[in-house]
Every structure is written in structure tokens, then in C-alpha cells.
Ligand binder design. Structure first.
Ligand SMILES: [Mn+2]
Length: 338
């Protein structure tokens, strides 16, 4: 961290300030006194220092971080990729392509079990499905809630696929005890109280990027979970809001290599919510694989025209067969060429 002091900063203020920093944080302070202004260079772990507190001092001209404010999610402090292993042996981030597929919402036993069997046959290793649905309108279908979770368990029993489903409130955590991967949706990415509760448990968390959040904000949200001791976080790029209206969101494909560079956590892409359009899922999924994503999360419905949510972006099982073939082939090709 670099701090530039105003010319009117007195020697007493300077000494008091630097001694305070050294006392309160695990940092060394280098001081350069110039003719116009004095510059402080803080070396060490500056992640706990509140930059606004520094800027608020009346003798401080400016302050700039030279190191990222996240530590546990930072590749600098953890050079090796994090590989998440589920109790059933499924891995995410080990160099293979992980695919989570299933309907936006769990609707009926027949629907979820049929889709689960089909996506498994196509090579998906995880079943997704929403039981608690964060809908833009309070009048839209809100999900089957606890009954939906029960149907997901049923589909898991039949197929052996681990289940991925979204949590909307920490109060629901007891219902999620045997969920394999808990998803935090885009709208809850900065629900810090929820993130803190998820930091206390020991199971993988799929953290989606908020629709107006920066890459650094996504990593800071991962940091919230990891600071509690849960280091099994999977990052998900699912499109951000731009001025483009053709697609539901704009897939920020550059976020994939950037996240992989900045962090050791696995990164997956959601081409369904990024585009909102079924025919765009395939090209965006291919782009994600080419950009180095560790996995994909794709919406599949046995009858998209009748889906209770996100039908327009859902693939039929036949369409998913085709997309899965294409992305697995691409991943194999790209990864062997290294
Ligand atoms: Mn959806």
C-alpha cells in the first residue's frame, strides 16, 4: 500500500501514524521524505487495513493499494489450483470439464428424474435444479422449496448425481444439510450475512457473480466464505448487465482467464443465464471451454415450452446431448495440446 502525505503533515503526526500502523497491523513501513511530500510504502499483509480510514486522515493526500485486498482466494498466497472433491469422488478444478445440468426449477418428480437420467447419460457429473427461486416478480413461481429439495434427493438416489441447488436465506441451512453443492445466486453475491454462515459449514459453495459486480467484488465475496474457514468455493461467471438488450446479460468471457490468474479457485460458466436464449448456449459454452473454464452449468428441461421458469434459455435433453458432445470434445482437444 502506498500512502502520499500532504506537505503540511508534521513530524509528530508522521511518527504517530507510522507507529500506529506498525502496532495495529503486520506491516513494515518505509518512509521517503521528499521536498514536496512524504511517501509511505507499507509492506506485509495489508488486507485488513481499511483504505477509507487511511484516506480520512487530514494529513493524507492519497492512498493506493498495490496488493489485492483478498488473501485466501488469492493465487499469490496459494499458487496451486484448488481441486474440490465430493464424497462420491467427483472433482471440480482438476483439469477435467465438470458439467452441472438440469432444470431451472424443480417442478415434478417425473420432470427432475427424467432430466437427471438424460443429463447423466450425456456425461454431466452433477444435477442442478432450483427449489428456492429468486424471481424478479413476487407473483412468479417461487419454487417448490422443501418439497423441491426432496425431489432432488429422489433424483440423486436414482442417478447417483450429486445435487447443486440455490440457498436464499441462512435460515434455510438446516434443509440444505445433505445438499452436495450449495449455490449462492447472483442476487445474493453480496448478502454478507449469508456468506458468513456458509463460511462456517464444510461443503462446496458455488458462488455466482452478481449482475453488476466487478471481478474484485466477486473475489471479496469468496473471501467472506473462506475467511470463515470454508475454502471450497467455486466461482461462476453468469453474465453481467450491460447496455446490450439482445441477450439477457452479457457473458464476460474475459472474467474466466482473469479469475484463473488472480485466484486458485475453480471457475465455471453459466451460458444459460448469460444469454437467456437456448441457441446461444452452445457457442457460449464452447467459448467458456476455450477460455479455460473448469466447468459449465447449463439449464435443461424435458419440455422447455412448458417450463415454470427460464424456458426460453433451457435446452431439451436432445439439444443437451449435442452440446455436451461438442464441449467434451473441445475440452479434450484443447487440454491435450496444453
Ligand atoms: Mn434459471
Amino acid at each position: 500500500m502506498i500512502i502520499v502525505l500532504k506537505p503540511n503533515c508534521t513530524v509528530e503526526q508522521l511518527n504517530h501514524f507510522t507507529e500506529g500502523l506498525k502496532h495495529d497491523y503486520d506491516v513494515k513501513v518505509n518512509t521517503w521524505v521528499g521536498t514536496q511530500s512524504t511517501v509511505l510504502g507499507l509492506i506485509g499483509d495489508t488486507s485488513a487495513i481499511d483504505i477509507d480510514y487511511i484516506a480520512a486522515q487530514d494529513f493524507v493526500e492519497s492512498v493506493k493499494r498495490v496488493q489485492e485486498p483478498y488473501k485466501k482466494a488469492n493465487r499469490k498466497f496459494h499458487p496451486d489450483n484448488t481441486v474440490i472433491t465430493l464424497p462420491g469422488g467427483q472433482k471440480i478444478g482438476d483439469g477435467s470439464l465438470s458439467i452441472m445440468a438440469g432444470p431451472c426449477s424443480v417442478e415434478t418428480e417425473e420432470q427432475i428424474c427424467e432430466v437427471a437420467a438424460r443429463v447423466k447419460a450425456a456425461g454431466a457429473q452433477f444435477l442442478r435444479g432450483g427449489a428456492f427461486k429468486p424471481r424478479t416478480s413476487p407473483y412468479a413461481f417461487q419454487g417448490l422449496k422443501a418439497d423441491g429439495l426432496e425431489l432432488l434427493r429422489e433424483a440423486r438416489k436414482k442417478t447417483g448425481l450429486p445435487i447443486v441447488t440455490e440457498i436464499m436465506s441462512a435460515a434455510h441451512l438446516p434443509l440444505f444439510e445433505d445438499v452436495d453443492i450449495i449455490q449462492v445466486g447472483a442476487r445474493n453475491m453480496q448478502n454478507f450475512e449469508l456468506l458468513k454462515e456458509l463460511g462456517k459449514i464444510r461443503k462446496p459453495i458455488l458462488l455466482k457473480r452478481g449482475l453488476s459486480s466487478t471481478i474484485e467484488e466477486l473475489l471479496m465475496s469468496a473471501e467472506y466464505i473462506m475467511a470463515g474457514g470454508n475454502d471450497q468455493v467455486i466461482l461462476c461467471e453468469r453474465g453481467i448487465r450491460t447496455y446490450e438488450t439482445y441477450t439477457r446479460n452479457t457473458l464476460d468471457i474475459s472474467a474466466v482467464p482473469i479469475l484463473k490468474r488472480l485466484s486458485h479457485l475453480p471457475v465455471i460458466v453459466d451460458p444459460s443465464h448469460a444469454s437467456g436464449i437456448a441457441w446461444l448456449v452452445e457457442p457460449l459454452a464452447m467459448a467458456a471451454v476455450a477460455a479455460g473454464a473448469d466447468g459449465l452449468i447449463i439449464e435443461v428441461h424435458n419440455n422447455p415450452a412448458k417450463a415454470l421458469s427460464d424456458g426460453a434459455q433451457s435446452l431439451t435433453p436432445d439439444q443437451f446431448d449435442h452440446v455436451a458432445k461438442r464441449v467434451f470434445t473441445a475440452a479434450k482437444l484443447l487440454r491435450t495440446e496444453g
